[in-house]
Design a protein. Structure first.
Length: 116
């Protein structure tokens, strides 16, 4: 049984930073492309960052809205994926989810609120 557990969300002021974690069991994350998605109230879920399989070099990609501010990474030994978020803006407020791309494996989400 696959389980993804996100953590690290919270309330932060504009310009602040947070690091989200996605701990996995039941799948070896390095074998899969992974993604961080977010969904703001009244909006569709969107992909913000992705990381390719370890075997293909773990290439990363970002939505234009977060490029240069967010960094996706993966610790293969811990079977955990991260999203380092810097220079946060109010428009980054959303529930953030991790996903094994191409599967129905999703975490429960973690709330990120950027507000003064």
């Amino acid at each position: 049984q696959v389980q993804l557990v996100e953590s690290g969300g919270g309330l932060v002021q504009p310009g602040g930073s947070l690091r989200l974690s996605c701990a996995a069991s039941g799948r070896t994350l390095s074998l899969y492309s992974m993604g961080w998605y977010r969904q703001a109230p009244g909006k569709q879920r969107e992909l913000v960052a992705s990381i390719a399989t370890f075997a293909t070099g773990s290439k990363t990609d970002y939505a234009d809205s977060v490029k240069g501010r967010f960094t996706i990474s993966r610790d293969n030994a811990k079977n955990t994926m991260y999203l380092q978020m810097n220079s946060l803006k109010p428009e980054d407020t959303a529930v953030y989810y991790c996903n094994v791309r191409g599967t129905a494996d999703w975490g429960q989400g973690t709330q990120v609120t950027v507000s003064s």
